[in-house]
Ligand binder design. Sequence first.
Ligand code: GCU
Length: 653
Amino acid sequence: RNAPLDAEQVERLGLPARLVRTALVEGAQSPSPTMNVATAELMHGLNSLAAAHPVERGSGPGRAIRLDCPESRADGDAAFTIRTVDGDIRIGGNSDLACLYGAYALLRELSLGTDPDTLDIDSAPAMPLRLLNHWDNPDGHVERGYAGRSIFDWWHLPERLDQRMIDYARANASVGINGAVVNNVNARAFMLEPRYIEKLARLADAWRPYGIRVYLSARFSAPTEIDGGDIGRLETADPLDPQVRAWWQAKADEIYAAIPDFGGFLVKANSEGQPGPQDYGRTHADGANMLAQAIGDRGTVIWRAFVYSAQDETDRAKQAYEEFVPLDGAFADNVIVQVKNGAIDFQPREPFHPMFGAMPQTRLMLEVQITKEYLGFASHLAFLAPMWREVLDADTGRGGSVAEVVAPAGMAGVANTGSDRNWSGSDFDQANWYAFGRLAWDPALSSDTIAREWLAQTFNREEAFLAQTAPMMLSSRETVARYMTPLGLAHLMATGHHYGPAPWVCDLDRPEWNPCYYHRADSDGIGFDRTATGSNALGQYAPAIADTWSDPATMDEHYLLWFHHLDWDYRTQSGLPLWDELVQRYDQGVTEVDTMVHTWDDLSAYVDPERHRAVAENLRIQQREANWWRDASIAYWQSLNGLPLPQGARAPS
Ligand code: GCU
């Protein structure tokens, strides 16, 4: 629900307006469900923006808002236009889904205060797939979820459809998201059983008018764990075994019989203990192509590249590239390989994954994490658009940016939704869901634009408010990176849950689960040597890009200790010794959180008391914990290097 426009804006809007829909296409019996949704959303949204001026349907006086789209299936061309001609606002496009997206875009523009007489918008999604990945388990627990329980009520489906499922579809469609993988990548095989397909079909029916397709995470060993119709249960899940292929073919047919527009399977294979084709001496391509054949041209197999094994102790960051790049060209046309933004795991900052650009014959999709597993869960404020932009904008050195590389496939965001009243665990975390959809639609949008859009629609559209809060959002992720993992450090979070600092942990069985594996600090220095003298992960990047990171004296210091192991007294680009520079960055991060707390405290006039207080309370948690991160990290480094706090450093809290 949007805050009402002021009197002058309502006047300009020319309400009461008339909502006019194009006539039905020839032969159609009734308006399509998608057009009905578009109409209902416009009525609802305009009435909310101009509370005392109801919008009417059909002819009469006042401005007309025309929806000029053929009433087709909801999976058509999503591109839309919005123009004001002779006072009338016309939303046009080649499918009813285009009109739905246009309706949401019109509401967004009006709620930002755009003059309705100047509307002249052409918009089309940059990528075909804009998907949420839910790490939701069927028992209601969400892996890495910080917003309560799962929103999917499998227990009561298919009979009972929670209204939340409709609101979820509306929220997604309003930002351009067009698909959802509803279960965790660490998948349970029974989600493929008929009883779950029936539940999934109910969701698919409910979401279809909103242009949202359902996908399932598929457990690779499912043929050995559950019956496959007439075929029953098998002894093997070997992708080259004819019986296994028949099992998956039958399973795919069964799903498509219930859900004709089923999106496809997402697969995590041979990673973190999950089963996969390598269990049978086969490759990722063998596994993916077997599923791709079962699905055929009805959908997509999305195969994750997040793989690492306990055996390789040299550098976890290199494994995905080593396993996948030799398979370039071997994947079927309806396979997409989904690659995390960086080569480790959703850290506050990572250089872009070296696979981007390195597999020109394979469609690659970008996976980012909306839920903030390594950025302070839902209690720390970190607006992630700048982080995602950093990846999207990165030049791969192999003929395009990451955004260009993934454009033929899409973007996946690990969802941050849950049963909390605010959906996302905190009010500001809604902005990350919003930003994900907006960037997947248009990766050229600036973080500032997205922050302002969200703030204006969520809290208040007054410039005095936006001028304070947008900059706070824009710098928030950098602030978190400073007090948690400055200068390119990574994975120093407490093990298991990943909340709070634990750089000292070094006794876990799997070497790459220990924070000490990543910082490699001792009495002499700190950092992971990924140059030719070390793991040479740097060598996986295009030479032109590797060059920019090879010299600590000239490189972007945000990645300094990611690529280099340096002495504590190494002179950084500021002229300060590394130790002093590191402490200074921790201090800066803490000071910036202090500023965020004060900025927000001063904005109570612009936000309702309930949400103002909720945000303020979270910021106080963040303030305490930024100090915790800074103090604990510095104390630990001092236990190794024996150095005093540099002059002028903050005192421990
Ligand atoms: C991280 C996360 C796991 C998750 C995994 C994945 O390691 O901690 O919970 O399963 O990523 O992306 O598969």
